[in-house]
Design a protein around this ligand. Structure first.
Ligand code: CA
Length: 436
């Protein structure tokens, strides 16, 4: 894959160069089992993957070159570890501190009250990170079967808002079933290295064998409901169907029961778990700290990534309206960008950034970011900071572009620092720490 070099001109500092080279080397070495040159249309367009994957071609020439770079990289590594880089930005300067390395495509992070962290890896492993930031080599046992395929696998992990009292941990994942697989929601209680009392609360229908657009973000509101954002599973028309869970947000009681006041309850043929429709692929969601409403973002096709507020029974338009076009060929999708009865996004990214992970900044370590919306980006390998005035985005700042990799998750820790995960073969947890 050559795409990782495309930002090399922007990486001027040693730490960023180190991260960049390390990722290129990891990926090149991972190709050793793919000896013949191969050019293919990649799956995972909406994930910000390159137009064309080229594997194998570079192996022969690159590996000796990488070996030659090792000494230089070690020097950079040492300097990066000894002195975290300081990033200057509009409202705060901050350090990027790498806490955990060696995670394979991490997807989500949750903070246990005792100072440990849970991290999901898409391949299907739930990992525990100790208070000392040491990654427990043994994944948590006892999760139900997970299908790791394409963009699917183990996805989000979130603690129940009353975790201190009830111990429930929720996760989303790709579950097998009749016809293939699809996004599911489960909960359980962590006892030592094992998940116990496991309950599957929801499993999307119908299931297919597609590798795309699983959504997967879980959010609790302040009223006892849990929301799960889904994707269209790579099959656009599904997002407009009421008898299909794909392309929507679903809303449940925390024990999985369907709320009586869900918008499509009692409508013949409609899936009663559905809260919205017309969503393409939701990989970031957070509860607004003041209004208590569910904010999400979703991937557009080529262009047209969106930020929306999810409201009961509303239609968010995909694929009837969009600000994006068809991949590669650039042809129009649907009927345009607006239509009566369909919601308009609060914010649109054209071209796409491939957003993933989202958090309102609610801590006290970055006082000038208070109330801002933080969004990770896969394709553009950056953190986006949005300043809001009500539901208007009034300023966008793009941070750490190309410096740590594809950002999969963004969380504000209990300590008020900002935590990021990188969706890389050798993924990391970093903490942004404001400096005066
Ligand atoms: Ca939309």
């Amino acid at each position: 894959m050559i795409t990782h070099l495309r930002h090399s001109g922007e990486r001027r500092n040693p730490a960023a160069m180190f991260h960049s080279l390390r990722r290129v080397m990891d990926r090149a070495l991972s190709k050793t089992k793919t000896p013949s040159p191969r050019i293919s249309r990649g799956e995972g367009w909406g994930e910000g993957q390159p137009l064309v994957h080229i594997s194998g071609i570079f192996k022969t020439h690159w590996i000796p070159a990488f070996a030659g770079m090792t000494a230089l990289m070690m020097a950079w590594s040492f300097s990066a570890a000894a002195q975290p880089q300081t990033v200057k930005s509009e409202k705060h300067d901050f350090r990027i501190v790498t806490l955990v390395r060696g995670l394979q495509n991490p997807w989500s992070i949750a903070f246990l009250p005792d100072g440990r962290m849970l991290v999901t890896e898409r391949a299907g492993r739930l990992r525990i990170v100790g208070k000392d930031y040491k990654l427990d080599p043994k994944p948590v046992e006892g999760l139900p079967e997970i299908v790791a395929s394409g963009q699917g696998g183990l996805l989000d992990v979130v603690l129940h808002p009353q975790y201190d009292k009830n111990g429930w941990i929720y996760w989303s994942y790709n579950a097998p079933g009749t016809g293939g697989w699809g996004t599911a929601l489960a909960r359980g209680k962590l006892e030592g290295q094992r998940m116990t009392d496991v309950q599957v609360l929801f499993s999307m229908e119908p299931k297919t064998r597609a590798g795309h657009h699983f959504g997967g973000r879980i959010v609790f509101d302040n009223k006892g409901f849990v929301y799960l954002g889904l994707g269209d599973r790579g099959d656009m028309p599904r997002a407009q169907k009421l008898d299909d869970h794909a392309g929507s947000v679903i809303r449940l009681h925390d024990d999985g029961r369907v709320p009586k006041d869900n918008p499509f309850v009692g409508r013949a043929g409609a899936k009663p778990e559905k809260f919205t429709l017309g969503n393409r692929n939701i990989q970031g969601a957070a509860l607004h700290p003041q209004t208590g409403e569910l904010w999400t973002h979703e991937h557009g096709p080529q262009g047209g990534d969106e930020v929306n507020v999810m409201r009961s029974g509303r239609n968010y338009g995909w694929p009837v309206i969009t600000y994006g076009v068809n991949y590669g060929i650039g042809t129009r999708i649907g009927e345009g960008s607006a239509k009566p009865g369909m919601e308009q996004p609060l914010h649109v990214w054209v071209p796409s950034i491939a957003p993933s992970g989202m958090a309102f900044y609610t801590g006290d370590k970055f006082p000038n970011w208070k109330g801002n919306l933080l969004v990770g980006a896969l394709r553009d390998e950056m953190l986006v900071r949005l300043e809001l005035n009500g539901e208007k985005v009034v300023r966008e700042e793009r941070l750490i572009k190309g410096q740590i990799g594809r950002i999969r998750d963004v969380r504000v820790g209990p300590d008020g620092f900002v935590y990021l995960l990188t969706d890389e073969r050798d993924g990391v947890v970093v903490r942004l720490e404001a400096v005066k």
